[in-house]
Design a protein around this ligand. Structure first.
Ligand code: F6P
Length: 458
C-alpha cells in the first residue's frame, strides 16, 4: 500500500493524537502516505472528503503532538449504515479516487460495528480507544455466553449472560486496557481527593459520578482516590444497605465519599440515572443522572433528623451533595501510560494493515512473562453469535459487593496499569505550564486553526 486513510470515531479520549502519531511514525518508516479524514466517518459522507496529509515527505506534521489531548482530526459519532448501499458505493468511489488503499479507524466497540460494511470494500483495521475501557473481552469465549430472548416491542431482543464456565485469569483478557482509560482515572481520582477534604471540613456526604456507561472500570479505578464506597453498574445497588453503611461511617468520620458509575442500576436492573424525577418550567420531564438519583434515595433513607441530632445542619439535603467529574475525564494531556501504549497500538494497526489483515483489531495484551505488549485479533472475535458487540463489563471477581470496593483481583488488575502510569514529564508539565504567565495574556491557540490551513479536498 502506498497511501492509507486514518480517522478517529466516537467520543474522544486524551490519547487519540498519540495513536495517530504512532501510526504515522510507522508509516514514515515504511514509506506509506497517511491521509487523516476529518471528523470520523463524517468525512466520507462529504463528496469532497475533507482530509489532511499527515506525513508529507514522510515527516509527521508538527501539529501532530502525542502529548496533546483530543484529536487533531476531529471526531464524531457518525457511522455507516450497512443497509445503505448507495452511500457505501459513493464512499468506496471517493476513497478510490483519493487513492486510499486501506483504512485505520481509531475507535471503540461502536467503531468496530461502524467499520464493518467498509471491510467488504477495502482493508480496514481498528486501533482501540475509549476511556470506558469497554472494548475487550474478559476471556476469549465471553461473547458465546450471550443469549437473547424476544422482548417487547415485537421484533426486539433482550440480551442476557448465561453463567460463565471459565476460570478467570488476568492473562486471558483480550485487550487488557484501552488508551484513554488511565488518564480518565487520573482525572477522576484527583477530583475525589479534592472533594474529600471539603466534605471533611463541612461534615458532608459526597456522591461523585464518573463516566463509563454500562461498564464500571473508571469507577473501579477511582479507588486510587480512596472513596469510602464504589458503586459499579455491574452490581445492583442495595440502597437500604448503602444508607446503613453510610450512617455507620458518618458516625465515625463525619464525612463520607461515594463514587458511582453513571450506569448504576437498582435491584430490578433499572438505571438509577434514567429516573425521571423533576420537570423543567415547560413541564418536560428531565433526566437526573445517577448521582442525583442516589442522593434522593439517601436523603429519604437517612432523613433530616439524623443530621439535626448531630448538629450538622437541619436538612439531609444540605449535607448530601453530588458532583459529576464529567468531560474533564475525556480531555487534556494524556498520561505516559496512555501515550506510550496508544502510540504502540497505532503502529501495530499500521503493521497489520500493511501485512494484509482486514477487519482486524490491534490489541494491548498483558501476561506475567512479557508484561504489556501489542498483538492483533480478528474483529469478529468480539461478536456474539448474532454479530453484536457487547461492551466489556467489570468481571465479577474484580468487585467486592460486601465492601463496595475493588476485590483483591480487581486490585491486581489495576496495579498493572497504574503503578508506573505517570511519567516525570507529566508532573513537570503541571509545574511549567499551569501558571505560565503567558496564559494570562495570550488567547488560546486552537490546533483547529492550523489544521484548517492544511485541509485538502477531493
Ligand atoms: O463512551 C465514552 C463516554 O465518555 C461515556 O463514558 C459517556 O457516557 C459518553 O461518552 C458521553 O458522551 P457525550 O460526550 O456524547 O455526552
Amino acid at each position: 500500500m502506498k497511501r492509507i486513510g486514518i480517522l478517529t470515531a466516537g467520543g474522544d479520549t486524551p490519547a487519540l493524537n498519540a495513536t495517530i502519531h504512532g501510526a504515522v511514525v510507522r508509516a514514515n518508516q515504511l514509506r506509506v502516505e497517511v491521509y487523516g479524514l476529518l471528523k470520523g466517518f463524517n468525512s466520507l459522507f462529504n463528496p469532497r472528503v475533507p482530509h489532511v496529509h499527515l506525513n508529507p515527505l514522510f515527516q509527521a506534521i508538527p501539529e501532530l503532538d502525542a502529548t496533546m489531548g483530543g484529536t487533531i482530526l476531529g471526531a464524531s459519532r457518525d457511522y455507516l449504515n450497512p443497509e445503505d448501499r448507495k452511500s457505501l458505493n459513493e464512499i468506496t468511489d471517493r476513497l478510490r479516487r483519493l487513492k486510499i488503499e486501506g483504512l485505520i479507524c481509531i475507535g471503540g466497540d461502536g467503531t468496530v460495528n461502524g467499520m464493518q460494511p467498509l471491510t467488504e470494500r477495502l482493508p480496514t483495521v481498528l486501533a482501540p480507544k475509549t476511556i470506558d475501557n469497554d472494548l475487550g473481552l474478559n476471556y476469549r469465549n465471553e461473547p458465546e455466553e450471550w443469549q437473547r430472548k424476544p422482548s417487547p416491542p415485537r421484533g426486539s431482543w433482550r440480551y442476557e449472560r448465561t453463567p460463565s464456565r471459565t476460570v478467570f485469569d488476568l492473562e486471558q483478557m483480550i485487550n487488557y486496557v484501552t488508551p484513554g482509560f488511565a488518564t480518565a482515572v487520573f482525572v477522576s481520582t484527583s477530583g475525589i481527593e479534592r472533594v474529600r477534604t471539603t466534605a471533611e471540613s463541612h461534615r458532608r456526604i459526597a456522591i461523585i459520578e464518573v463516566m463509563g456507561r454500562h461498564s464500571g472500570f473508571i469507577a473501579l479505578g477511582s479507588m486510587y482516590g480512596q472513596p469510602d464506597f464504589i458503586l459499579v453498574p455491574e452490581s445492583p445497588v442495595d440502597c437500604d444497605l448503602l444508607a446503613d453503611r453510610v450512617k455507620e461511617l458518618y458516625e465515625l468520620q463525619k464525612n463520607v465519599v461515594i463514587v458511582c458509575g453513571e450506569g448504576i442500576v437498582d435491584a430490578d436492573g433499572n438505571e438509577l440515572g434514567a429516573e425521571k424525577a423533576s420537570t423543567d418550567p415547560a413541564g418536560n420531564k428531565l433526566l437526573s443522572g445517577a448521582a442525583e438519583a442516589l442522593r434522593r434515595h439517601l436523603i429519604r433513607r437517612i432523613g433530616d433528623d439524623f443530621f439535626r441530632m448531630r448538629r450538622r445542619g437541619t436538612k439531609a439535603e444540605e449535607a448530601i451533595f453530588t458532583r459529576k467529574v464529567g468531560h474533564t475525564q475525556r480531555g487534556g494531556r494524556p498520561l505516559l501510560f496512555d501515550r506510550f501504549y496508544a502510540a504502540q497500538l497505532g503502529g501495530k494497526a499500521m503493521d497489520i494493515l500493511l501485512e494484509g489483515q482486514n477487519n482486524a483489531v490491534a490489541i494491548l495484551q498483558w501476561n506475567r512473562s512479557q508484561g504489556f505488549h501489542v498483538s492483533s485479533i480478528e474483529g469478529n472475535s468480539f461478536r456474539d453469535k448474532w454479530g453484536l458487540i457487547h461492551a466489556r463489563t467489570v468481571h465479577p471477581s474484580f468487585y467486592d459487593q460486601e465492601l463496595m470496593k475493588p476485590s483483591r483481583v480487581g486490585i491486581e488488575y489495576l496495579l498493572k496499569i497504574f503503578t508506573r502510569a505517570i511519567g516525570s514529564d507529566d508532573v513537570e508539565y503541571v509545574r511549567q505550564k499551569l501558571f505560565d504567565s503567558g496564559n494570562l495574556t495570550e488567547p488560546y491557540h486552537s490546533v483547529n486553526t492550523d489544521i484548517a490551513k492544511r485541509i485538502r479536498y477531493l
